[in-house]
Design a protein around this ligand. Structure first.
Ligand code: ATP
Ligand code: MG
Length: 188
């Protein structure tokens, strides 16, 4: 699903609400039929980590960690199953086409490659929902298209729900659903 609308209309805010990064001042938010809007922070961080994968426009990789370590970040609080997750991270890096680049640091990758690391990181704990805030906004059209094709595959074969905020007309056309937000009243 695509969330579209002019700059400042609230796409990022909506995604942050859906991913429990932000709390609503009114209304309710249901994730897998659970109302998450009133939950305390101690429950929310678990939901964010286990149920939601975030992909941000600016990637937010940790520059001092290598590719593999970046993908493993969401698993750090779990402490157990180290081997399982490092095998899974390597497998995900293969899927996103970064086989052989596990030891590189983010600064040694192209923008598209960094975004693919972020996608692998979003998938490491097998979330039910992937929120992608303009995941192709920083990429050239061809690389953006490749990233989107990858997300679409994850949706179709991996049965993931993917919600993406985008200004990209092509991406919008390829989505099953498009939600248009009206302009923020303060911006008009
Ligand atoms: N932390 C915040 N505190 C107060 N207002 C905020 C905050 N973050 C965003 N806003 C305001 O909320 C509105 C929606 O912002 P948001 O970032 O969700 O827009 P957007 O649709 O994602 O825009 P863009 O396409 O530029 O990314 C804007 O008017 C913005 O100024
Ligand atoms: Mg935004």
């Amino acid at each position: 699903m695509a969330v579209v609308g002019p700059s400042g209309c609230g796409k990022t805010t909506l995604l942050n609400l859906m991913g429990a990064l932000d709390k609503p001042t009114a209304g309710k938010i249901f994730l897998e039929e659970q109302d998450i809007s009133g939950l305390p922070e101690t429950n929310l961080y678990k939901i964010r980590r286990e149920k939601v994968g975030f992909i941000f426009q600016a990637f937010y990789l940790i520059p001092t960690l290598n590719v593999l370590q970046n993908v493993l970040i969401p698993t750090l609080p779990l402490k157990a199953k180290n081997k399982y997750y490092s095998d899974r991270a390597k497998e995900l890096l293969k899927i996103v086409g970064l086989d052989g680049k596990e030891k590189r640091r983010p600064g040694e990758l192209s923008g598209g490659e960094q975004q693919r690391v972020a996608i692998a990181r979003a998938l490491i704990l097998d979330p039910v929902l992937i929120l992608a805030d303009e995941p192709t906004g920083n990429l050239d059209p061809k690389t953006g298209q490749k990233i989107f094709t990858l997300l679409r595959e994850l949706n179709l074969t991996g049965k993931k729900t993917i919600i993406t905020a985008t200004h990209n007309q092509k991406i919008k056309e390829l989505c099953d659903r498009v939600i248009s937000l009206k302009d923020h009243p303060m911006n008009s």
